[in-house]
Write a protein that binds this ligand. Structure first.
Ligand code: ZN
Length: 698
């Protein structure tokens, strides 16, 4: 474009004025404004009045992200003048080119990453230090920086609109698939976070994760008031996961289970309130009575660990480290706010971008579960089964887990015979898919796109990101063949792989590949997993055990919904108190947690001011991740309910997975007729209660 050359004037340095625009661009505001006006006039003259709205929006989007290192106003004008796609044909060409190229770069980056992780992910012998280095490298880490540096990102921002969640939800219902693909294309570049900010976030995250990963309690060293040790030697439990799972396991122990559960609750409360003596954390060389908080040198030795031996044996409390860690993750997250104009807080990034459900509506969904009259009915059933009044730790009641018609040993034997090797499972994939209702042709197509690898861990699914590549099913096969647990997981992962293959290979736009968020792919994988017995030629679990499974899921959602509300409350409090001290943070967390308990749990449990909801470690190191859990339960019930109704998994699964990565509510409306919400969960629970109340307790 010829006109731009002359606009390249003296360098920015010489003319810098103190006044800069809000976007940290460092380019003088007045000069930038003049440039924008000049561009608008020139380009309207060239392409016509009809382009004005697009043009204004595009120029503003570029200006919002433009920094001094991108060039002065002359470079800016030259760039916009040359890269505005002012007619539909050029715009289509640009769109096609980007869709093709981005599929390639994403797909190849994913393949490289998979190859770099090969040794650490697969069961292929020892892991050397260099394997760890390979696995830790992410080749795609700088792609977005590169695409801003070479200005391809600006080309996208100039020609395709950035949208807010409100726009996507309101206008998105009437968008064409191409418009959705354009929205996803632009979103890729909706933030330009400087490397030092990303580094700070990474460091805060790593520090908090490190703190969490070392937070062990040595259970044999817990003493009750009579000096008894309730837990076996050597038992070391990580907060909060292992502590919670121990509470769940203790229901099976009629003798000491209750005393153990009460003791663990006390330990959890000490952690949350930070009255826990610092000396007892991850230290097998002291004994501790969590009720009185008395600490003494250990009277018994049950570990080889020497690192903490000789550590000061005092009752001094942990100095609010838990809350200092949480505050650090907040302080780091905040640094990204100015570089994320369409979602300028971590809270907005989680709800508007990751979950794409407005926070207010999300909160209402949680409250609908928490305040449901079904809670009291399920609680009464639990109380009856326990034969005692509920105690606060019963939010983790696990007794609804059903025992099936077949023993684990029987199932192991059936599976082992059928699948002596990973290869045998792979060969059987088309048959399994036909049993799930896919046509023979479709089953073969899907199977041909899935590679089966021997997993080092329990198993996982890794989708492809370009169509020429394949999805990988990583599954665990023991030396003497696959066992039932491995099979159950393999079926789950196969569900992911089938979703991944359909939502990449059968979709109209690769820019829309995938599902709206992880809760959706999990829900689809659970549908497969729920039919694993039929795939072995056995009968499905009976109505009663399906009903108790539903009650188990409902109770779990009731528990985690409160935890999610605490997580949300804490982040809002931090944004309202940016300079809080760890002690203030602790007090606020306790208050939020008590308030939510008193509102939704106290009426059921009969005790007030319980702080257990704040025990989750995710709250400290996972940046407002906890609300994903209740969301996942709700979505799983919606999808299951629809599949049950239609009676055919194969065709429904395919229809749903083809919708791709559009807004969750719109995806769900297309899939089930209703937006994302708790109604399916509540309806299934109501039905399950009736089923259980109708049939006698065994
Ligand atoms: Zn999964």
């Amino acid at each position: 474009m010829p006109y731009s050359k002359r606009l390249v004037s003296a360098g920015l340095q010489a003319e810098q004025t103190p006044k800069t625009r809000a976007g940290e661009s460092g380019v003088p505001e007045q000069r930038m404004k003049e440039s924008m006006t000049r561009l608008e006039t020139a380009l309207i003259a060239k392409y016509g009045e009809g382009e004005r709205e697009r043009l204004q929006r595009g120029i503003k989007q570029v200006a919002d992200f433009w920094r001094p290192e991108d060039g002065d106003t002359g470079v800016f004008e030259d760039f916009v003048g040359r890269n505005f796609a002012g007619d539909p044909k050029t715009r289509d060409t640009l769109f096609d080119r980007l869709e093709f190229a981005l599929e390639s770069i994403d797909g190849h980056m994913l393949e490289m990453n998979r190859d770099f992780r090969r040794q650490s992910d697969l069961d292929l012998g020892p892991i050397y230090p260099f394997d760890e280095t390979l696995a830790g490298y992410d080749p795609s880490a700088h792609v977005n920086d590169d695409l801003f540096a070479n200005k391809l990102a600006f080309t996208v921002l100039l020609n395709f609109p950035l949208t807010t969640l409100a726009e996507r939800l309101k206008d998105g219902q009437n968008w064409s698939r191409r418009q959705w693909a354009e929205a996803r294309l632009a979103e890729r570049f909706s933030k330009r976070i400087p490397a030092d900010v990303n580094l700070a976030i990474g460091e805060a995250s790593a520090q908090a994760a490190q703190y969490i990963s070392q937070y062990n309690i040595w259970m044999h060293h817990l003493l009750d008031d009579r000096g008894n040790r309730l837990f076996p030697q050597g038992l070391r439990l990580l907060a909060h996961w292992n502590l919670r799972d121990e509470i769940k396991a203790d229901y099976a122990d009629p003798k000491t289970g209750l005393a153990q559960q009460r003791m663990i609750q006390k330990v959890m409360e000490r952690i949350v309130t930070q009255t826990i003596p610092e000396a007892v954390i991850n230290n097998p060389h002291v004994d501790w009575n969590p009720a009185t908080n008395e600490v003494r040198p250990a009277a018994v030795e049950d570990s080889d660990s020497t690192t903490t031996r000789g550590r000061n044996v005092s009752g001094d409390p942990e100095p609010n480290t838990r809350y200092a860690m949480l505050l650090k993750t907040y302080q780091a997250s905040r640094k990204a706010d100015p570089y994320s104009p369409t979602a300028p807080t971590l809270i907005a990034r989680r709800f508007d971008e990751n979950r794409e459900i407005p926070e207010a509506r999300f909160q209402k969904m949680l409250e609908d579960v928490l305040g449901s009259p079904l809670v009291a009915r399920v609680a009464a059933l639990i109380q009856k089964r326990l034969g005692r009044p509920l105690e606060p730790f019963d939010i983790w009641y696990s007794g609804f887990r059903s025992r099936g018609a077949y023993s684990e040993t029987q199932l192991d034997e059936i599976v082992r015979k059928k699948y002596p090797t990973a290869e045998a499972y792979k060969t059987d994939i088309p048959n399994l898919l036909i049993k799930l209702g896919f046509s023979k042709e479709k089953a073969e197509f899907l199977a041909s796109n899935i590679v089966v690898d021997p997993a080092r861990g329990s198993g996982h699914a890794m989708g492809a990101s370009r169509r020429a590549d394949k999805a990988h099913l990583r599954t665990r096969v023991e030396k003497n063949g696959m066992n039932y647990k491995g099979f159950n997981i393999a079926v789950h992962e196969m569900g992911h792989n089938v979703e991944q293959t359909i939502s990449l290979n059968e979709i109209d736009h690769t820019l829309l590949q995938g599902v709206p968020n992880t809760a959706f792919t999990e829900a689809l994988a659970f549908v497969f997993q729920g039919h694993d017995l039929e795939l072995l030629g056995l009968t499905r679990p009976d109505a009663r055990s399906q009903a108790t499974k539903t009650l188990n899921d409902f109770w779990g959602t009731y528990e985690i919904a409160g935890v999610a509300l605490v997580d949300m409350g804490v982040w809002h409090w931090m944004y309202a108190h940016p300079d809080a001290t760890p002690a203030q943070m602790r007090d606020a967390t306790l208050q939020i947690s008590r308030d939510i308990w008193n509102r939704y749990y106290a009426p059921i449990f009969g005790s007030r001011d319980v702080v257990l909801l704040a025990i989750y470690s995710h709250m400290i190191d996972s940046f407002l991740y906890l609300p994903d859990y209740p969301l996942g339960h709700m979505i799983a019930f919606q999808i299951e309910q629809k599949m049950e109704k239609s009676g055919s998994i194969g065709s429904e699964f395919e229809r749903m997975a083809k919708a791709g990565n559009i807004a969750p509510d719109i995806w769900m409306k297309q899939a089930t007729g209703a937006p994302v919400g708790p109604e399916a969960l509540l309806a299934a629970t109501r039905q399950a209660l009736e089923d259980v109340e109708r049939t006698k307790e065994k």
